[in-house]
Design a protein around this ligand. Sequence first.
Ligand SMILES: [Zn+2]
Ligand SMILES: [Zn+2]
Length: 207
Amino acid sequence: MPQKLFGGCACGAVRYECYTDPLVMLNCHCRDCQQASGSAYAAIVAVPKPAVQIRGKLHHHKIVGQTGRATERGFCPSCGSPITITSERRPDVVGLQAASLDDPSTYKPVMDVFISSAQPWDNMDPKLQKHTHGYPDPREGSNRRRDPMTPHQIDLVQSSFAKVAPIADAAAVLFYERLFEIAPEVRPLFHGDLERSPINLYHIRRP
Ligand SMILES: [Zn+2]
Ligand SMILES: [Zn+2]
């Protein structure tokens, strides 16, 4: 059963309903979303455009956003509540402003996008995926530069290294034993006294 999403503006002149599961929920920190929302970011529920039925008349404001393509924002002309966002980049998708949902507690963002323009007073959840720019469009292939690790991921790497550091010698022995067990053919690549080798790729003999 697809999810039912109901919502509307603050004065009730605009109402919408949508019978579908959201494609993605994300927090957009671009300057345009900041200005249009009057806050640190826009919380957006992206759904397939044909699944949304809107009653009442939205007014639209169109700009060319940070992606270089046009973005159009729909808002209630009476009370000004932002309701929709559509992009030339994905004309088949409409973003519903999460706070316009009748039950905004169903909003569960999975990523922060355009964090390059996030405000210093914006406390982002470190557990969410981070994208420096826009939402990576799966149709645009995988030639994108990888985004840097999130602070949460960096913490995980640093804390697991910190746990291994006091037993580095023993950990190195375990590491090499296991490595040679699963890949005995790499043994000749290593030289020196393994007990004294930290887990260190510089110990791989270069051809
Ligand atoms: Zn309204
Ligand atoms: Zn935005």
